[in-house]
Design a protein around this ligand. Structure first.
Ligand SMILES: [Zn+2]
Length: 108
């Protein structure tokens, strides 16, 4: 690679299209060009995921944070997004879970 590259003159590098330079250097090879894919930061966090995480922590744990601070605040370390859950949010979190597990009739 370096040896082949050293055969290029500065003129060639400056004036020729990259494709032309590649073809000259690697005329024996089947050179493939890939469309440049822009790198993008995308965080997959969501309020739903944070809710799930709080449910996994358990009611006691979440309630103790509520008692201490008045609300639960979850801060995503990746995208800096903040999710706040007040006592009502927390109540709904665990109440909806209770309904699906407790009150629904058992299947036959
Ligand atoms: Zn995030």
């Amino acid at each position: 690679m370096c040896h082949l590259g050293s055969t290029l003159s500065n003129d060639e590098l400056l004036k020729e299209e990259p494709e032309t330079v590649f073809k000259r250097l690697f005329w024996q090879e089947n050179v493939q060009h890939f469309e440049p894919a822009p790198a993008r930061f995308q965080c997959t966090c969501s309020r739903e995921k944070v809710s799930g995480m709080l449910k996994m922590l358990g009611r006691e744990e979440v309630d103790s944070v509520i008692a201490e601070r008045g609300h639960v605040e979850v801060h995503c370390e990746f995208c800096n997004q903040r999710y706040e859950f007040d006592p009502v949010d927390v109540e709904q979190l665990f109440v909806s879970k209770g309904i699906s597990q407790g009150v629904s009739p058992a299947p036959d």
